[in-house]
Design a protein around this ligand. Structure first.
Ligand SMILES: C[S@@+](CC[C@H](N)C(=O)[O-])C[C@H]1O[C@@H](n2cnc3c(N)ncnc32)[C@H](O)[C@@H]1O
Length: 292
């Protein structure tokens, strides 16, 4: 970075964008704008209306430090320490996956069931397996005030982060997080079981982008030799933890629709929907336990 005592906002943004372009980052313009504005506590309106505003030395130093981290491959939201998911601001930590926009299609797909069950029963019990930041459970709770959620994970760090996120969003009184593998620490029946489990084949992990491979926890990614380990465990326990007529919503990899469908149909569930993400890839499956 050109170390000058004074730089304008627009000049600094241009410099960052050029460095990111030269490094081959895929979204250099967005990364530069987001890092610049968030680091300096400014809005897009500030940038548009006051491009010639001078950035002071302390601001320049903070931006420089974050720009270098981005150039070393750290994702923008890891650097910022938070990411928006379904309109909720979620804190991130070393033990949490960065929630992805594609996962929002699972929330959207479950929303009608969530509202219907809450209407019929006056409540809806949700179980979020592998909760990470709490993204799925908290998004569903934000949709339906009569719902409550239990969440599990085997990352203590993720559970702490999920609890803090729930509290910060004012959802802590309807959210409880427990340490345990899938259903191990869970009792009772649920109306909706939701999960975005690790589903990447172990052999593929080394080929992932540096942003994912080196910054998302492998516990959140690695689905075993065929990528299906977590689905097998969840399918094995689903029916015993579902209320009659209960729903299971799963995120899946783009090529896992048929295999995951077979696992859950063999376990006694019926597939209601297969849902595509914004890129047209299979991304979520919705199953139901028959009511009788
Ligand atoms: C792909 S991440 C999803 C996180 C979050 N639900 C989301 O959608 O952003 C998978 C999560 O499953 C957790 N996990 C891995 N193995 C687990 C297990 N045996 N039992 C419970 N959670 C597990 C990981 O720690 C991670 O938080």
């Amino acid at each position: 970075m050109v170390e000058t005592a004074a730089m304008t906002l627009s000049a600094l943004q241009k410099l960052m964008r050029e460095r990111f372009e030269a490094a081959g980052l895929s979204t250099p313009r967005d990364d530069a704008r987001l890092l610049l504005l968030e680091t300096l506590g400014l809005s897009l309106t500030d940038l548009v209306t006051r491009p010639d505003q001078q950035v002071d030395a302390a601001g320049l130093e903070s931006v420089r430090e974050r720009m270098e981290r981005r150039l070393r491959g750290e994702p923008v939201h890891r650097i910022l320490g938070h990411r928006e998911f379904y309109g909720l601001q979620l804190g991130l930590s070393a033990g949490t996956l960065e929630p992805r926009p594609d996962t929002e299609v699972l929330v959207e797909a479950l929303a009608p069931n969530l509202r219907r069950i809450a209407e019929e029963k006056g409540a809806c019990r949700i179980l979020d397996l592998g909760t990470g930041t709490g993204a799925l459970a908290l998004a569903l709770l934000s949709i339906e005030a009569r719902a409550s959620a239990v969440a599990t994970d085997v990352s203590g760090n993720a559970l702490e982060t999920a609890g803090a996120n729930a509290a910060a969003l004012g959802l802590g009184n309807r959210f409880a997080a427990f340490y345990g593998s899938w259903f191990a620490s869970v009792e009772g029946l649920f109306d909706i079981i939701v999960s975005n489990p690790p589903y990447i084949r172990t052999s593929v992990i080394a080929e992932l982008s540096v942003e994912v491979r080196d910054h998302d926890p492998h516990l959140a990614l690695d689905g075993g030799v065929d990528g299906l380990d977590a689905y097998r465990a969840i399918a094995a326990g689903a029916v015993d933890h579902l209320a009659p007529g209960g729903i299971v919503g799963l995120e899946i990899g783009f090529d896992q629709r048929d295999e995951v469908t077979a696992l859950f149909e063999d376990a006694g569930l019926t597939r209601l929907r297969a849902v595509q993400d914004l890129g047209g890839n299979d991304r979520a499956l919705i199953f139901a336990r028959p009511a009788v």
